[in-house]
Design a protein around this ligand. Structure first.
Ligand SMILES: [Cu+2]
Length: 502
């Protein structure tokens, strides 16, 4: 009885379909229980945002995104997954350190759950912070099988207003087939005022800053692997149908923003405000950083704070260079905003903006050219070459291979591991490691003096990134892959495998 009550309590905060989620304090009873139990049932779902379009959606518990899951750090978690998708399915708990057989990777950590079948996932959510969950089978997450998962740290200060926002994009599934075949005619999305590699526009390039989308600066668009999108959403709705967030002057607001897009990097601005970023992928930054705009790669999360200092109405928006007509946005306004406070819209360019980058947040210093200095002692040191996406090599590869033929990374428990990515391709790759939180110690040729604790890193086009971590997770096979859906389905995937000490 007590558990059932608690299930209701837990899900109550997440049952507001088609809107972002406001987070009330967890009730005392909810926080006192040792166990949080939920049932997640996946079924076909018709999206209100794309009614009329030929789109085969899926949903957990009849809502997209799926219900917000909340536990207090230290509680155990048990999810009964019921699969009525019509095909096999699994749930992956992104950013969580957990037993390998709970990680939800089909044919790697578990036999996938057949249609009509059930599976119980049970683990102690760790570490605290903003995590998420999604199907790890085919394109099911792009069809709607994803949601946010908060592991709340009672030691952390709360803001007056706490909100979870999920940026997600609904793909035209025909373009997914075409993209996997390298024959999509969809344009690449690039935000206005940025070069293809995602660098800030430099002053000497200011003559280019008016170029909408900057597509022409990205070189010839050889590869037909971009997705077409039917809708760009904030937590299940597209602007202007997103629900406004009503705030009061004097309040502190904490936005926890997840990018659950299949392929798009999101660039987020709030009109009239800077954002103080305190966490990346749910993990505290060693020092918060104040920016004008966030860059959120696929699967990344950021905690961004601001203060309401005056009455007004402001648009929070992800800028979309190639699709500027459609806003992916929501209104944040004070209850007393009047006609004297018309809606402020953020600048529609990132030119000149202080953009969140790893180099900025990590206090980067350029490495000497050609330097190969180690970032710390490591017993296992590997370089992974990200490749493909050209006419002669249409697959997206790691060291020239696609899954399951990619080279694996063998580690022993207790090893210090350093993985360096080199990305000579003309697309950025959001690389994700399961079951670990690593330190990002190098980005785009800069050593980060304040490494970022993360589970996903954008490796920019033409750029580099280096991770460092201790192999002290539960033993098993931990997937390491690009979180761009097209690249992942193409085979840009490998594993960190725990092997027994000889
Ligand atoms: Cu990729």
């Amino acid at each position: 009885m007590r558990r059932r009550d608690f299930l209701q309590t837990t899900l109550a905060a997440g049952t507001a379909a088609l809107s972002w989620t406001l987070l009330p304090s967890m009730s005392a009873r909810a926080a006192d229980s040792d166990l949080v139990e939920v049932t997640l049932e996946a079924r076909p779902y018709r999206y209100p945002v794309v009614t009329g379009a030929n789109f085969t959606g899926l949903a957990y518990n009849g809502q997209v995104p799926g219900p917000l899951l909340r536990v207090r750090y230290g509680q155990s978690f048990r999810a009964r997954f019921v699969n009525h998708t019509g095909s096999v399915s699994t749930i992956h708990w992104h950013g969580m350190i957990l037993p390998n057989d709970m990680d939800g990777v089909p044919y790697v950590t578990q036999v996938p759950v057949p249609n009509g079948g059930q599976f119980v996932y049970t683990f102690k959510p760790d570490p605290p912070g903003f995590r998420w969950y999604h199907s790890h089978v085919g394109d099911q997450d792009a069809r709607g099988l994803f949601g946010a998962f908060l592991v709340e740290d009672p030691r952390e200060p709360r803001a007056d207003v706490e909100v979870v926002l999920i940026l997600h994009d609904v793909p035209d599934l025909h373009s997914l087939d075409a993209a996997l075949a390298g024959k999509s005619d969809a344009p690449m999305y690039l935000p206005p005022g940025l070069t293809a590699s995602g660098m800030r526009v430099q002053p000497h390039m200011s003559g280019m800053s008016g170029m909408s989308g900057m597509n022409s600066s990205a070189g010839p668009m050889r590869m037909g692997d971009a997705l077409k999108y039917l809708s760009h959403c904030v937590s299940g709705a597209a602007y202007p149908h997103t629900r406004p967030l009503i705030v009061k002057v004097g309040q502190t607001v904490r936005l926890r923003i997840l990018n659950a897009s299949p392929t798009l990097t999101h660039y987020v601005r709030l009109a009239g405000h800077e954002l103080r970023v305190t966490h990346s992928d749910g993990n505290p930054l060693l020092r918060p950083v104040v920016v004008d705009a966030l860059r959120i790669g696929v699967a990344e999360r950021y905690d961004a704070w601001f203060e309401v200092t005056r009455p007004g109405a402001w648009l929070l928006e992800s800028l979309m260079g190639a699709d500027g007509g459609r806003r992916q946005a929501m209104v944040i306004r004070t209850a007393d905003a009047t006609a004297a406070h018309p809606l402020q819209v953020p600048p529609q360019s990132l030119a000149g903006a202080k953009l969140f980058t790893y180099e900025l947040a990590g206090d980067g210093v350029p490495l000497a050219a050609g330097a190969s200095e180690p970032f710390g002692p490591a017993n296992v040191r590997r370089t992974l070459l990200l490749g493909g996406g050209t006419a002669n090599n249409p697959h997206w590869t790691i060291d020239g291979k696609i899954w399951p033929h990619t080279p694996k990374i063998d580690v022993r428990h207790g090893d210090w591991v350093e993985i360096a990515f080199k990305n000579p391709t003309d697309m950025s790759h959001p690389m994700h490691l399961h079951g670990h939180v690593f330190e990002l110690v190098e980005a785009s040729g800069e050593r980060l003096r304040r490494p970022l604790a993360k589970d996903t890193t954008l490796v920019p086009a033409g750029g580099t990134a280096t991770w460092r971590f201790r192999a002290d997770s539960p033993p098993g096979r931990w997937l390491l892959h690009c979180h761009n859906l097209v690249h992942m389905m193409d085979g840009m995937m490998t594993e960190v495998d725990y092997v027994h000490r000889a």
